[in-house]
Design a binder for this molecule. Sequence first.
Ligand SMILES: NC(=O)C1=CN([C@@H]2O[C@H](COP(=O)(O)OP(=O)(O)OC[C@H]3O[C@@H](n4cnc5c(N)ncnc54)[C@H](OP(=O)(O)O)[C@@H]3O)[C@@H](O)[C@H]2O)C=CC1
Ligand SMILES: O=CCCC(=O)O
Length: 292
Amino acid sequence: MEEVGFLGLGIMGKAMSMNLITHGYKVTVWNRTLSKCDELVKHGATVGETPAAVVKKCKYIIAMLSDPAAALSVVFDKDGVLEQMCSGKGYIDMSTVDADTSSKICEGITSKGGRFVEAPVSGSKKPAEDGQLVILAAGDKGLYEEALQAFDIMGKKSFYLGGVGNGAKMKLVVNMIMGSMMNAFSEGIVLADKSGLDPHTLLDVLDLGAIANPMFKMKGPAMIKDDYAPAFPLKHQQKDMRLALSLGDENAVSMPVAAASNEAFKKARSMGLGDLDFSAVHETVKAASKST
Ligand SMILES: NC(=O)C1=CN([C@@H]2O[C@H](COP(=O)(O)OP(=O)(O)OC[C@H]3O[C@@H](n4cnc5c(N)ncnc54)[C@H](OP(=O)(O)O)[C@@H]3O)[C@@H](O)[C@H]2O)C=CC1
Ligand SMILES: O=CCCC(=O)O
């Protein structure tokens, strides 16, 4: 799998494709905003003018796109993946989408004779840059095994979870927990501050106890400074909460904590914070505590 196509060069796709290039892969890239290909080209990538052009050239194609609408559009629309998909090619979608979207993409790819793996990832911008993602794969087992070498470059651990949909569902469960934790964490920082405690001391205390975790440690100091430079854009976290809640609906799982967290992320989007890091949900707690 030394020659791959890569569709979507956002925060994650750029870092992941760069890693493949620096590990010796020949990579052909495409991005909706084509100018974002320039930096990859400087490092040796070639550009495909359309998703179809990338598929024509490459046996294996990886996608890392924002949401279900983007993932579907790149496959099914004009100049899309399906136009050149055929037997012998493999399509690996690493975007975070719901199981239904993934199944539709799988049907499209396999109807043309191709093979499909979904492989959403846990881990954000820095793990993507460092090749330390956790890969949650499902679908065609043979394609998964052929992709492992590339997964090992992009990630520190790959899980094979069975049939299409299981990777998507695992990712949504993980991000549902993460989004709820971020809301509780934001409330804790504001509560500490408003009750006269030093929020930095709160971070030190948290870091030594049973709920210590890399997210609190990494995001906490920046949140206290109101620094929300995007690693994981808030609009994507809200998309994941929405999709996780829908998975909860389908399975009759009551999730009041996740539902409240989704409302906070929606509020943050309405405040114009969607392109900032998801930790900017902290601003909704600050705004609410100002009005009391
Ligand atoms: N950032 C993170 O920490 C993580 C993100 N994820 C998931 O990975 C995916 C990508 O995230 P991230 O890189 O942060 O997102 P970005 O917003 O940085 O990038 C999104 C990418 O999708 C493309 N895109 C959006 N809409 C369309 C469309 N209609 N047609 C074609 N391309 C489109 C964008 O193109 P353009 O440049 O033209 O806008 C861009 O390449 C998401 O599903 C996200 O939930 C998973 C783990 C961590
Ligand atoms: O989907 C984004 C996940 C971000 C992370 O795992 O840190």
